[in-house]
Design a protein around this ligand. Structure first.
Ligand SMILES: Cc1ncc(COP(=O)(O)O)c(C=O)c1O
Length: 426
């Protein structure tokens, strides 16, 4: 049995409700920062420090794991909390319809963020769901082919392969090359792998493995010219890159709110190009569809976490306020500084290409002979640095993914800590 006293036990022991006044309350777990000032034309470290203050992470914690899971800012947490509280305080039809409206506000925000129309936006739970709605919703049969990239996430590779077993279509895969051999190489490799039977090209905009950046617009054009549908996995590009889907012009684009957009968990997006809306079937038929365009037929997902969807919209607004291009530039700048530092460490092999046209803010490396899992734990426990372990023999090691709440000082801390462990062991 645990020895920890609950808050209620403490209140009882200390003599009733008066004691409760000074005990920390779970619903006051963060203080709201001053509203973020308008972004300067040239954001400096001071501005980025003020962005960091919008987050509730302890100041000494250097979190470089955006590719996995991002924290929400205090304004987003506040929106989530307030909407949830209101929903449960007045669970009336009136408030429910207010929340339905909030979903449409987020749809509008997503459309603006991605530079498309609300009629092309489906609000989903995450990238996995979005990609699977595509692989389940297309008419594919024996004799058809789907072309994948070998570094696709399971939601965009295993899903296609398993559904191929059921429906009988074929799957071809373009193999990754490390280090990233450049956009031209992949354009050529994908061109060669397309056949008259190819019906879908499904690839990842920015890979989660080692952060390879793909020429999404050119690949989508390549497919479009041949009448092939495209699914772009944007889990690592939404909220990091200043994505313009009108320019990229995929048929489908999938993203998650809880990664780079710093939104709540279980709020994501599927973009369905207007021209492709008649090519895809809904996979779920239930109640509460969206109000416009494709969402009217495709988004009847039943009861949703509408406060989370509303807070997703807040997160997009927060990013827009900071500046989309500024966020992309900041991520790239920090990753470049990190790679420059790592290259000086003996024994470190950086899997990610330093060319800014081939990578962005995901940096994977082999930390010499150090055990990656033990290193990740030591960095967290002793150095207050959060990163991800990349297990396995395929470009294994550790992965750092800095975002707009990180600083150059934190990058220097990472390089110094790694250098120390390489010199002295773990
Ligand atoms: C490239 C890529 N696609 C898809 C996913 C799945 O994202 P989610 O868990 O939000 O569905 C991930 C998760 O890390 C990812 O990196």
């Amino acid at each position: 049995m645990g020895t920890e006293l609950s808050r209620r036990d403490l209140v009882r022991l200390l003599g009733g409700s008066a004691a409760a006044l000074w005990l920390p309350r779970s619903d006051a777990a963060w203080t709201m920062p001053e509203p973020l000032a308008a972004s300067p034309a040239l954001p400096d470290e001071r501005f980025w420090a003020s962005v960091r203050e919008q987050f509730v992470m302890p100041p000494d914690l250097a979190v470089m794991n955006a590719a996995n899971l991002c924290p929400s800012s205090a304004p987003v947490l506040d929106a989530l909390y307030k909407a949830t509280r209101e929903m449960d305080r007045q669970p009336s039809p009136a408030y429910r319809s207010e929340m339905e409206h909030a979903k449409e506000v987020t749809r509008q925000a997503l459309a603006e963020f991605l530079r498309v129309t609300p009629e092309e936006i489906v609000v989903t739970r995450n990238t996995s769901e979005s990609s699977n709605l595509v692989s389940s919703g297309l008419d594919l049969k024996a004799g058809d082919e789907v072309l994948l990239f070998s570094d696709n996430h399971p939601s965009n590779s295993v899903a296609w392969k398993e559904k191929a077993r059921r429906h009988g279509y074929g799957v071809n895969v373009v193999a990754m090359v490390n280090p990233h051999p450049g956009a031209e190489y992949y354009l050529d490799a994908f061109t060669k792998a397309l056949t008259p039977q190819t019906k879908v090209l499904a690839f990842t905009h920015l890979t989660s493995t080692v952060g390879d950046l793909f020429p999404a617009r050119e690949l989508c054009r390549l497919a479009r010219e041949r009448g092939i549908l495209t699914l772009v996995d944007g889990a690592q590009s939404l909220g990091l890159l200043d994505v313009d889907l009108r320019e990229m012009d995929p048929d489908f684009y999938a993203g998650s709110g809880h990664k780079w957009p710093c939104g709540p968990k279980e709020a994501g997006v599927l973009f369905i190009n207007q021209r492709s809306a008649t090519r895809i079937w809904p996979s779920i038929y239930s109640a509460y569809p969206g109000a416009v365009g494709i969402s009217k037929s495709f988004e009847s997902f039943g009861q949703r976490d509408e406060p989370a969807i509303q807070a997703f919209g807040e997160a997009l607004q927060f990013q827009t306020k900071v500046g989309r291009k500024a966020i992309e530039d900041r991520g790239r700048e920090l990753a470049q500084a990190l790679m420059a530092g790592l290259r000086k460490l003996p024994g470190v092999k950086v899997w990610t290409h330093a060319d800014p046209a081939r990578s962005l803010a995901i940096v994977s490396l082999l930390p010499g002979t150090l055990d990656p899992l033990k290193l990740t734990l030591a960095l967290y426990e002793k150095d207050r640095i959060v990163c991800a372990t990349r297990a396995g023999a395929d470009r294994g090691g550790v992965r750092f993914s800095p975002h707009f709440y990180n600083s150059h000082a934190e990058v220097e801390r990472v390089v110094a800590a790694l250098g120390r462990y390489l010199a002295t062991g773990l």
